[in-house]
Design a protein around this ligand. Structure first.
Ligand code: SAM
Length: 352
């Protein structure tokens, strides 16, 4: 009899009370019945205090219901019980931040990412810890309302989140080989479904803007730096010394998310190389990278439509900067990438 019971137990035919509670908890959690689920997970943990998944679920419910200290206790217990469990580390990071302990939050988040470099929410979380303040879309909206550009050209529109920020009075052109516009766009906006290289080869930008230069541009297309470099060269020809060029993803979060080939959902590519090359080969430009989440917003001023330096040296420059390893940034990432505070008053002062 005892032998049969043990055999069933090991074959999982007999479930322990803690397991029964756990399964009921998961079911209730999935159905959105958080209070019921919490009861079940508490039952699981009474029967099996070392049940890591129950700690994670219980911690997750505490996070969702604003019980941050209790959440942290669950995740910290989980971290001790199973140091390889990324959920415990990431849950602890979120709880720490809610409790105002940003450094502890960063440490837990980095541990989670070391275990699972592709953990998407952890990337966004770390980016918002690094760069508090307005998100890049809010910063772009401020550029539009402050500069009131007559013309705006955006490379890489995707769903239209950023081009939708163009004002009604602005003539806007968006370029993207695969636009998936879901946002309402201002009446003066047109979208071209093509790559930026093809667009510039086939269109006269100034003519499309009724003879006006580009007042404001945003480069956010292909995330390999030579594409962004060509976009820069092609756009600058249609700018004036008073135009502003914005470039997304200039301040990478990590080596992993800055690879040239996309390996993570959160991906900034190697646009950082463009910042280094502009600073080296175009010292006449004002190049700053605003510290806005997720990965910095380059702001280039003092543009010169007659400059041919980048075009003439294109192959050599691309080779030179392609040869750089990400570790060059170790020397002084903020200094090398010209990091600028995400403070609109200070940004505005540069726009005079
Ligand atoms: C990160 S998304 C743009 C996001 C958008 N600017 C925003 O802030 O919401 C990048 C977009 O670049 C587009 N893209 C990729 N290669 C491109 C190219 N060669 N020229 C123009 N756009 C490109 C992709 O199709 C994608 O929609």
């Amino acid at each position: 009899m005892l032998g049969r019971m043990l055999k069933d137990l090991f074959a999982s035919k007999v479930r322990l009370p803690g397991q029964i509670d756990f399964e009921a908890g998961v079911e209730a959690y999935k159905a959105g019945k958080l209070a019921v689920a919490a009861e079940h997970f508490a039952g699981t943990l009474r029967a099996e205090p070392e049940h890591v998944h129950a700690h994670n679920y219980a911690g997750g419910i505490d996070l969702r219901t604003g019980r941050f200290r209790e959440a942290l206790e669950h995740f910290e217990r989980g971290r001790v019980l199973d140091p390889q469990n990324t959920e415990c580390h990431f849950g602890a990071a979120v709880a720490h931040r809610e409790l105002g302990a940003n450094e502890a939050a960063r440490e837990c988040c980095e541990t989670a990412l070391a275990l699972d470099p592709g953990l998407h929410p952890a990337h966004g979380f770390l980016a918002s810890l690094n760069f508090p303040g307005p998100f890049y879309l809010e910063v772009i909206a401020m550029f539009h309302s402050h500069l009131r550009p007559r013309t705006y050209l955006e490379i890489g529109v995707e769903t239209g989140q950023s081009i939708a920020l163009a004002r009604r009075e602005t003539r806007a052109i968006g370029i993207d080989p695969e636009p998936k516009i879901t946002q309402g766009l201002a009446p003066g906006t047109s979208i071209h479904a093509t790559t930026s290289d093809e667009y510039f080869a086939a269109h006269d930008v100034r003519a499309e803007f009724g003879g006006l230069p580009i007042d404001l541009a945003f480069i956010d297309g292909m995330h390999q730096f030579e594409f962004a470099l060509r976009d820069f060269i092609n756009l600058e020809k249609h700018c004036t010394s008073r135009s502003t060029m914005l470039i997304h993803d200039c301040y990478p979060l990590s080596r992993h998310t800055a690879e040239r080939e996309r390996r993570t959902a959160f991906w900034s590519g190697d646009i950082w190389r463009l910042v280094l090359l502009l600073r080296k080969y175009r010292p006449d430009l004002s190049v700053k990278v605003i510290g806005t989440a997720p990965t910095g917003l380059g702001m280039v001023r003092g543009l010169d439509p007659d400059s041919r330096v980048l075009q003439e040296k294109y192959d050599a420059i691309v080779g030179e900067f392609l040869a750089l390893d990400y570790s060059v940034l170790d020397a002084d990432k903020p200094g090398m990438l010209a990091l600028f505070p995400n403070d609109w008053e200070r940004i505005k002062a540069i726009l005079q």
